[in-house]
Design a protein around this ligand. Structure first.
Ligand code: ADP
Length: 274
């Protein structure tokens, strides 16, 4: 089974400035692109979709963090319900477009410790893949053995799953053309980085990342960590060589091209185990 993990960034499918808002047109176009792309792939190639929280997750998560400083059972229920609503909508919309897709509550599949995934129950996901169902997972809040509860980002799930299923490629659709030397929305002189190499030791797990970037490394608005978090998550969870593409999912045709081949403009991130 050849697995492709596709991350639909919260910035792509929701309007991050308006709470609980969905970009319906974008979502419909993406659904159609996924459907067309799958017709070009062999039956042995399977897709997993992971989506971010965007305006369904971040405002609530920031509110609880700001008011209480930690996530309690009240936060767990509120964030979980809201994210479940977004996932249901996405799953329903993709199903209406003719895709065999079903969402799985990430908080029921993963256990964290200090914010990292330490336990996962992925049998239902494997079973779905074997039966040609596209599993949809998403950034969520989950039980944390040290902290009670913590945010489980879509990016951590992507890295974990890519590793677990030995994914042939990881696709991060976001709202910019890749990773830049600085935040391209703020700094017009920022340049896109073509390739980032992560070299990781299989002996002690230590890693080096070829390029450091400026910008929102841990942005104040984004409780799950921003663009650089994707790279850090890949580095931290990797136990094998991986290849990922960070590209703009708002450009028509990009998701189609990324699934069947690779996106035109992007940053390639390679993990090399040594
Ligand atoms: P998503 O919700 O799509 O997963 P994130 O919000 O985590 O994406 O990251 C994408 C955002 O990161 C972009 O909207 C961009 O403005 C911001 N950003 C900050 N620094 C950088 C950088 N160095 N390169 C690219 N994007 C950056």
């Amino acid at each position: 089974m050849n697995v492709i993990v596709l991350k639909l960034g919260g910035s792509v499918i929701t309007d991050k400035n308006v709470e609980n808002s969905i970009k319906w047109g974008v979502l419909k176009r993406i659904g159609n692109e996924i459907k067309s792309a799958l017709q070009h792939l062999s039956g042995n190639t399977k897709l997993i979709i992971v989506h971010g929280g965007g305006s369904f997750g971040h405002p609530l998560a920031s509110k609880f963090k700001r008011i209480k400083g930690y996530y309690d059972s009240e936060a767990f229920i509120a964030i979980r319900e809201n994210m479940n609503t977004l996932a249901s909508i996405i799953s329903l919309l993709l199903s209406c477009l003719g895709l065999k897709a079903s969402h799985f509550q990430s908080s029921s599949l993963f256990i964290l410790n200090k914010g990292r995934i330490v336990k996962a129950f992925l049998d239902p996901i494997t079973y779905s893949l074997e039966n040609d169902i596209i599993p949809i997972l998403y950034g969520d809040i989950a039980v944390d053995l040290s902290r009670g509860y913590d945010i489980l980002s879509g990016d951590s799930i992507v890295a974990y799953l890519a590793n677990y299923y030995n994914a042939i490629k990881i696709l991060y659709a976001t709202d910019v053309d890749g990773v830049y030397t600085d935040n391209p929305k703020v700094n017009p002189l920022a340049k896109r980085i073509e390739r980032i190499i992560i070299v990781k030791s299989s002996i002690d797990g230590k890693y080096t990342i070829s390029t450091r970037v400026k910008g929102d490394i841990i942005p104040h608005m984004d409780v799950t960590g921003g663009i650089y978090r994707k790279i850090l998550d890949l580095a931290q969870y990797a136990r094998r060589d991986l290849i990922a593409y960070i590209f703009n999912g708002l450009i028509e045709g990009n998701i189609f091209r990324a699934i069947i081949n690779k996106p035109e403009e992007c940053t390639v991130v390679e993990v090399k185990m040594r």
